[in-house]
Design a protein around this ligand. Structure first.
Ligand code: ATP
Ligand SMILES: O=c1ccn([C@@H]2O[C@H](COP(=O)(O)O)[C@@H](O)[C@H]2O)c(=O)[nH]1
Length: 273
């Protein structure tokens, strides 16, 4: 079940600002003049007070701002020391899910496919997002990030409660806003496994899968739209992570087990056994 609260949290999680202001009270005044005999002493005391106030006020001006406007960021829900996330990206139908399934068996990762989570939510009775998700999937467009990020946060949270800490987040992030929101509010990813694959190979695999998958997007019209979305919207995410040195690129136009050999080596090169 998709917690509505989680979606509202992602919508509401804009940076908050705290304004701190310092107030200075003026000293109180009395209406009755002091007796003449005490005036000399009072004048000396007032003079000393004036000098002291000037010294304090000059030192305050040098070191203390009167008002501080600092953005206060809530930060990610999990530390990357407790929760390790590898993003698995690449064009549609190239075999990401197939490779993830092998890693689950061998290396005890939890596999979270964003597409699978969306399809489950679409089918869930009473979901407010069912129709929207169905339409986006058929058109190969990206479901608004609030829905997908909330589903992922919920899934990671549930698995983490059960002691799981290594996640393959497959087919996500597909858009820049998702990448930022996920890393700012859930956890910073360890790195991205990116599979390169010629379109012709993806097309053949998708059409073959479409014979039995029952998916509404494994047909030639939807596939063309998915390819376009991948190039226009999802590749910039890969380029962004690559510019930070956080992408491991692999080829996938080889038999499943050969590709898997590359995957295992890539993980080992990052200290993951
Ligand atoms: N290396 C491979 N060689 C040949 N066929 C493969 C290979 N890897 C996966 N396949 C087949 O290609 C099809 C798509 O694979 P899979 O579902 O794993 O792709 P995906 O990248 O997860 O797809 P999507 O982008 O839709 O999530 C499946 O029918 C799968 O059996
Ligand atoms: O982050 C995401 C991931 C997926 N979608 C939508 O789902 C389909 C199918 O995704 P697969 O990874 O191929 O299972 C995708 O074309 C998008 O429409 C999404 O919106 N956001």
């Amino acid at each position: 079940m998709l917690a509505r609260g989680l979606i509202s949290r992602h919508l509401a999680r804009a940076p908050r600002r705290v304004f701190l202001a310092t107030r200075f009270n003026s000293s109180s005044q009395s209406g009755t003049p002091p007796p003449k005999s005490s005036r000399g002493k009072i004048l000396i005391a007032l003079g000393a007070l004036a000098v002291a106030t000037t010294v304090v006020s000059l030192s305050l001006k040098k070191s203390e701002p009167v008002s501080v406007k600092e953005p206060v960021k809530a930060g990610p829900a999990f530390s990357d020391k407790d929760v390790s996330v590898i993003f698995v990206l690449g064009g549609p139908g190239l075999g990401k899910g197939t490779q993830c399934a092998k890693l689950v068996n061998d290396k005890h990762f939890v596999h979270l496919s964003a597409g699978d989570l969306l399809r489950e939510e679409q089918k869930r009775e009473g979901s407010k997002y069912g129709e929207l998700i169905a339409q986006c999937i058929k058109d190969g467009t990206i479901v608004p990030q609030e829905v997908t990020v909330a589903l992922l946060e919920q899934a990671i949270g549930n698995e983490h409660k059960n002691g799981k800490s290594r996640f393959l987040v497959d087919g996500f992030p597909r858009k820049m806003d998702q990448a930022h929101t996920f890393e700012d509010t859930i956890v910073k990813s360890a790195f991205t496994l990116f599979f390169e694959c010629p379109e012709q190979v993806m097309l053949e695999r998708l059409l073959e899968r479409g014979k039995t998958s029952g998916r509404t997007d494994d047909n030639i019209e939807s596939i063309k739209k998915r390819f376009r979305t991948f190039v226009d919207t999802s590749m910039p995410v890969v380029d962004y992570f690559a510019s930070q040195g956080r992408v491991v690129k692999l080829r996938c136009d080889e038999p499943v087990d050969v590709v898997y050999g590359h995957v295992v080596k890539a993980l080992e090169s990052r200290g993951i056994n």
